[in-house]
Design a protein around this ligand. Structure first.
Ligand SMILES: *Cc1c(COP(=O)(O)O)cnc(C)c1O
Ligand SMILES: [Zn+2]
Length: 423
């Protein structure tokens, strides 16, 4: 029985629910149109609860899921009585069990399940770090073969809270390669027989997995928030929050006003901030990210450094910002560190660098009057609890099976051909 159909946002052409990333007529995003128009919560401990709007057949049973709670100490400090925190990470005292400590794990399970249900044997991921760790963990738990390509700066992020399994194939890259190089190499590997690309932001399972953060917020608060804060690199989280809000609006029980996207990038690498400042749909590389590779190296929150984000494409972040009358912020490392220290001391949990950037954006928004004191504000802390996790678990570093010199390296050098031919 079908649960949804894929629909092109530009030409309206409909496809079935088979895995597909592009329309045959244009390059627009496809979106999942679910037959369940009203959210019906399932009796599952984690994201499986939101099965209504996940593009998979079988319910997920993982205990990993987003949590939402009403802030007290930090809210008081900011003078915001209706501040809610969304936390994707490890914080057992609050019921948060995302053991790879970021919302990338909320994407990993639906992506892998959707692809498995479509016959995939091995799935290729490109990652700045957090996605790769999430995919590795999901692979260890489900046995699905994954190939994970990570730039030099992300190698230390590829650890697991359990012993690595044979199903995980980790390919690292030498210094000088960034996240976008990893995306390009992963794209080549995905063309090998038996391999399927996880598809990036075009994969509806990725977006709707991330969208569970907004769903959890709306269900916990009782309505959609007025404002949604998040740090973005690809912008997929922002797009997901917007798409999920559209579904919640159509549901009818969670309000009619779309949350205003208030998104942050980390200086000096802020291409989407620069383009949005001028209300431009196109990112102009020489203008919006001059000397991009150097900027990327200087950026504190490295997971926010995607040089080819789905910004201008139909259904991408530009459209999401237009539709929600969004705002973008450029945050310095110092502002992020200050916000991190303040948040952690008041709320009692550690957060990852991008979450510090998001928190700094909220501080700026309060100062600039971009939020009303009594409005309902949702701060999506998409990663955290790493220090907390280390108290409960032994972490295992995953060893790469090969290191790529650059994205064009002959694939024979990577020690993976044999594996792919065996599939
Ligand atoms: C990936 C990531 C982000 C940025 O997500 P987008 O894909 O740009 O929405 C923010 N915070 C954390 C913790 C992340 O892992
Ligand atoms: Zn189309």
């Amino acid at each position: 029985m079908g649960r949804f159909k894929l629909k092109c946002l530009k030409c309206g052409r409909e496809y079935g629910q088979q895995y597909r990333l592009t329309c045959e007529n244009d390059d627009s995003f496809l979106r999942a149109d679910y037959y369940e128009k009203k959210l019906k919560l399932r009796n599952q401990p984690g994201i499986g609860r939101f099965h209504s709007w996940l593009p998979i057949q079988e319910e997920l049973t993982t205990d990993a899921g987003p949590i939402t709670y009403k802030s007290e100490a930090f809210a008081r400090e900011l003078g915001l009585p209706n501040l809610y925190i969304g936390f994707s990470g490890y914080w057992p005292e609050r019921g948060a069990f995302v053991k790879t400590c970021s919302f990338k794990e909320l994407e990993a399970y639906p992506i892998m399940q959707y692809l498995r249900e479509n016959g995939a044997k091995a799935i290729v991921f490109a990652s700045a770090g957090n996605t790769g760790r999430a995919a590795a963990h999901a692979s260890a738990l489900t046995g699905t073969d994954v190939y994970i390509v990570v730039p030099y700066s992300g190698i230390s992020s590829i650890w697991l809270p359990e012993k690595p399994t044979e199903s995980i194939h980790f390919i690292s890259m030498s210094p000088g390669n960034d996240y976008t190089d990893a995306i390009n190499l992963a794209g080549r590997i995905a063309k090998l027989p038996g391999m399927v690309s996880e598809g990036g932001a075009r994969n509806v399972a990725r977006r709707d997995g991330m969208g569970t953060v907004m769903l959890d917020a709306a269900v916990t608060i009782g309505k959609m928030p007025d404002h949604y804060f998040q740090a973005v690199g690809s912008g997929t989280g922002g797009i997901s929050a917007w798409e999920t809000s559209l579904r919640l609006r159509a549901d009818g029980r969670f309000g009619q006003k779309l949350p205003k996207l208030q998104l942050a990038q980390n200086l000096p690498f802020v291409p989407m901030y620069n383009a949005w400042k001028e209300r431009r749909r196109e990112i102009i590389p020489g203008h919006d990210m001059e000397d991009a590779k150097k900027q990327v190296e200087e950026t504190y929150a490295t997971v926010l450094t995607n040089r080819t984000p789905p910004y201008g494409v139909t259904g991408g972040l530009y459209d999401a910002l237009v539709d929600t009358d969004g705002i973008m912020y450029a945050i310095t490392k110092e502002e992020a560190l200050e916000a991190k220290a303040l948040f952690e001391s008041l709320e009692g949990i550690d957060v990852l660098p991008p979450s510090a950037v998001a928190t700094a954006a909220l501080l700026k928004a309060v100062e600039a009057g971009n939020v009303g004191k009594d409005e309902t504000i949702f701060l999506n802390l998409a990663g955290g609890g790493y220090e907390r996790l280390k108290k409960d678990f032994t972490l295992y570093q995953i060893e790469p099976v090969a290191t790529a010199r650059n994205p064009d390296v002959p694939l024979e050098e990577l020690n993976i051909l044999v594996l792919s031919i065996l599939e």
